[in-house]
Design a protein around this ligand. Structure first.
Ligand code: SAM
Ligand code: ZN
Length: 548
């Protein structure tokens, strides 16, 4: 199944790019089809195109559809409610009608109000693609998203904007997509609360654009944000750079990919908070070499108060890899019913040295500690994805796989460990994953995988129990003590005898549901040079070919 999926994906990339490069070499004009868009090329160096990001674009079309359908439903429900209120008070309705007849301005206002309940106006929304390159994404949005009213396809470069114009005309979407030359930040700062959807897909980090984006997006609008600077966000070499770009220090850890997503969400939330806006992450993913989040912006200052308790530091043991969260704030019920009290959290959750192995902790963060995804949104998106035409959406199976994984993640448990990696601390063979998971479930703990890493385990079980499970396993599957250094973290953990009863009886629910659904769950890098694409002008046909 996995090989077949890989082959299909490689073939799609190869077909798209071969079509392009073969025609180029013969001097003929060439075009590339992705989704419903066709992009003609005359020179591979003139613009940016990264075929491996088709997943990002397919996923984004699906996510924006899910957001817009939910939004339309809410607007219709609100409008019905308003009409019901008006009907109940016929006197007031009559008064309004009379005023409409007599006052020009009010008439206009009334007709706008009437229009605003018509199906088109209710669902219509605007998009800013702030860093557009070829316009491919905007063209796909125009063709594939029902009810999109207007899209501004913006780029800083003259050449890129010319290409966007050419592509927009070629695809007959000039009634919807407006090419624009401008600095993304200037465009957003000049249009506060303006765009219903803002898509940021930069080279590297989106950090320089966050402050403008959180202000330019409309109330309940959607931010779709990519970051490809994974060395900063998920690596351990640049904690200071992560701190300056995203407001939190990165750590070397097995959970670095989820940590990266949480750094990005924290940076968006911290930017938004300054303007009385709060974030609601709808879907937050670590994908291949980049991160992509879909975040709704709520213009409710009262929600901003939660940011302190939704932010956390992470203590990570340098010896055994165990970790503990330190929330920065605490909420509790206020004195008056329905109110909330906000206060500082108590801590720290660990001592200077790890209680399990004695090594020191490193501190990372602050980062976003709230949920990564919204369950309702995932349900909606999965339903939409089920109906996608695989001929148009070449990455449909992967979208379904990724959404299934995201959907089963424990929403209130940040981070995860990888069984083989904690076993290597003890120089032990890994128990089968389902047996290990069964032991946690049998003890009453919750367990899930993570979309961010295959074989990851998220659990609310305390580390003391996790180590006891492995100590109990080792009793029946002994390790060679001579292979373990006396000063190692593993030796310190194995010195202790297990105190908890561990029941390894197999549980059917230890097999994660997403596995059974047969979708592409974890994509391996299918091509050479898999990664972010270089800027235009730096590529050759050979480089483009090497993708095939
Ligand atoms: C990674 S590409 C965008 C790819 C595109 N979104 C897609 O899906 O194919 C980044 C683009 O951002 C543009 N860019 C870089 N800095 C910018 C800025 N400050 N304002 C507007 N555009 C900018 C670059 O010219 C480049 O075309
Ligand atoms: Zn430790």
């Amino acid at each position: 199944m996995y090989e077949a999926n890989m082959l299909r994906l490689s073939q799609r990339i190869s077909n798209a790019v071969n079509h392009f490069s073969t025609a180029m070499m013969s001097g003929a004009s060439a075009s590339l089809t992705e989704g419903s868009a066709i992009i003609p090329f005359s020179n591979p160096n003139e613009v940016f195109y990264n075929p491996v990001q088709q997943f990002n674009r397919d996923l984004s079309v699906t996510a924006i559809r899910a957001w817009s359908e939910t939004r339309s439903k809410k607007i219709v429900a609100k409008s019905h409610h308003r009409h019901q209120l008006l009907d109940q008070n016929s006197e007031l309705s009559q008064e309004n009608l009379t005023k409409c007849d007599t006052t020009h301005d009010f008439e206009k206002n009334c007709s706008e109000k009437t229009d605003s309940t018509s199906a088109d106006n209710i669902a219509g929304f605007t998009i800013l693609e702030a860093l557009s390159a070829t316009g491919l994404r905007s063209i796909r949005y125009a063709k594939e998203l029902p009810n999109v009213k207007r899209i501004l396809a913006n780029d800083l470069l003259e050449n890129a904007v010319k290409t966007i114009e050419k592509n927009v005309n070629y695809n007959n979407v000039s009634d919807i997509v407006i090419p624009n030359k401008g600095d993304a930040n200037a465009v957003m700062h000049m249009n506060k609360f303006h765009y219903d959807v803002i898509d940021l897909d930069p080279y590297g980090s989106a950090a320089p654009f966050l402050d403008a984006a959180v202000q330019s997006v409309s109330k309940d609008g959607l931010l779709c944000i990519t970051c490809t600077d994974s060395a900063v966000l998920a690596g351990n070499a640049y904690p200071e750079k992560c701190f300056s770009n995203y407001g939190g220090s990165s750590l070397r850890s097995n959970f670095c990919h989820e940590q990266a997503v949480r750094h990005l969400l924290y940076a968006i939330a911290a930017s938004a908070a300054k303007y009385g806006r709060a974030i609601k992450p709808l879907l937050s993913l670590s994908i291949d070499f980049y991160f992509r989040v879909f975040v709704q912006i709520k213009a409710k200052p009262v929600l901003v108060k939660n940011l302190q308790s939704q932010s956390l530091l992470i203590y990570h043991c340098s010896g055994c890899g165990s970790f503990a969260e330190q929330p920065l704030g605490k909420t509790s019920p206020g004195r008056l019913p329905g109110t909330t009290k906000f206060s500082n959290a108590s801590g720290p959750p660990v001592s200077a040295n790890c209680e399990h192995c004695g090594y020191v902790h490193h501190v990372g963060g602050p980062l976003w500690g709230g949920p990564l995804h919204d369950a309702e949104f995932l349900k909606k998106m999965r339903a939409i994805a089920e109906d996608l035409d695989p001929e148009v959406y070449g990455t449909k199976r992967r979208i379904l796989g990724m959404l299934a994984l995201a959907d089963e993640e424990l929403p209130d448990v940040p981070f995860y460990f990888v069984l083989s990696q904690i076993c290597s601390v003890l120089r032990s063979q890994s128990p089968p994953q389902n047996i290990f998971v069964s032991a946690l479930l049998n003890a009453g703990y919750r367990v899930s995988g993570s979309h961010a890493k295959s074989n990851a385990i998220k659990t609310n079980a305390p580390w003391s129990f996790v180590w006891d499970v492995l100590r109990s396993w080792i009793k029946d599957h002994p390790v060679k003590l001579e292979n373990i250094s006396k000063t190692s973290a593993g030796a310190a953990i194995l010195e202790k005898t297990p105190t908890a009863e561990v029941d390894f009886t197999f549980r059917p629910d230890s097999e994660f549901a997403s596995k059974k659904e047969g979708y592409t769950r974890y994509q391996m890098n299918p091509t050479e040079n898999w990664g972010p694409k270089s800027k235009p002008g730096k590529r050759t046909i050979a480089e483009v070919d090497s993708k095939s």
